[in-house]
Design a protein around this ligand. Structure first.
Ligand code: AMP
Length: 283
């Protein structure tokens, strides 16, 4: 496996792969089984698999955890290799941002609600760095986790609007045994917070069962029921609970079409997100 830190060497490697199916998995490192599942899926579908590890300052707000975000490159390289990656692309900050950017990629509307409302500028940071990485790596397929469902929707829209010549492959969320979605931020949780955090997935699956049984009169009713259930855990502070259409993330007109139930909940300083797709089979 190759570890590449500069853009020129990355382009050189890519030129040697002409005509192949190139799978790309962008990450911020601190790899866990969720990231590894994306690499493994790319491995089964592509001839070359490239993973990037870059903690992107542009997508962190001023009071967020950029400084303390875990950085474990050596460990990550070993894990990526074990999962079947051919290349770890791990550029430095100065390699990616040699001077302050005056160019940004902005996706409107879909970025304005949910995480976009509580993290101003976050999605512009994501779409800008992902565009840069797509230009450098030139994948044919890029793998993203549905744990960050709004991110998938935003990137799919950017790829469509800007005619990036590649396919986005959304991948299922990997969870702990108790249902908590794997996240590099779970390590910030105290013991007590960690014990209460599985309420998120419990609330999502409970809502799924209730919806199937026709217990909800409206999306507002569904959202209110989920909020009430989550607040049974005293440390949970809800940021949002929303049921929207999928993949457009627009307000629901009925509860029978494909929909996504998304939530963001804080435990102390740690912000967790999760979601579930419902009515998948129905059109
Ligand atoms: P990050 O390093 O947090 O930027 O995540 C890199 C990629 O891994 C993104 O596409 C995430 O959606 C994906 N990812 C993160 N956590 C999970 C998970 N628990 N299951 C599946 N994919 C995940």
């Amino acid at each position: 496996m190759h570890v590449i830190t500069d853009i020129e060497a990355m382009r050189h490697y890519r030129q040697g792969q002409e005509g192949k199916k190139i799978g790309f998995v962008p990450t911020m490192g601190a790899l866990h089984a969720g990231h590894l599942s994306l690499i493994e899926q790319a491995r089964t579908e592509c001839e070359a698999v490239i993973i990037s590890i870059f903690v992107n300052p542009l997508q962190f707000g001023p009071n967020e955890d950029f400084e303390k975000y875990p950085r474990e490159l050596k460990r990550d390289i070993a894990l990526a290799e074990g999962a079947g990656a051919d290349v770890v692309f791990a550029p430095t900050q100065t390699e990616m941002y040699p001077r302050p950017l005056v160019t940004q990629v902005v996706v409107a509307e879909i970025t304005e609600r949910l995480c976009g409302a509580s993290r101003p500028g976050h999605f512009t940071g994501v779409t800008t760095v992902v565009s840069k990485l797509f230009h450098i790596v030139q994948p044919t397929h890029a793998y993203f986790g549905l744990k960050d469902a709004q991110q998938v929707a935003v990137i799919e829209r950017m790829v469509e609007d800007l005619h990036f010549p590649l396919e986005i492959v959304p991948c299922p969320t990997v969870r702990e045994e108790d249902g908590l979605a794997l996240s590099s931020r779970n390590r910030y949780l105290s013991k007590q917070e960690r014990e209460q955090a599985p309420i998120l997935y419990q609330a999502l699956t409970r809502a799924e069962a209730n919806l199937l049984q026709g217990k909800y009169k409206s999306s507002a009713h569904l959202e209110e029921d989920v909020r009430t259930h989550i607040t049974s855990q005293p440390l949970a502070q809800i940021e949002y609970v929303e049921a929207l259409t999928y993949p457009d993330l627009t307000p629901l007109t009925d509860l029978h079409s494909p929909l996504i139930l998304l939530l963001a909940v804080r435990f102390g300083d740690t912000r967790l997100i999760d979601n579930i797709l419902l009515n998948k089979g129905e059109q």
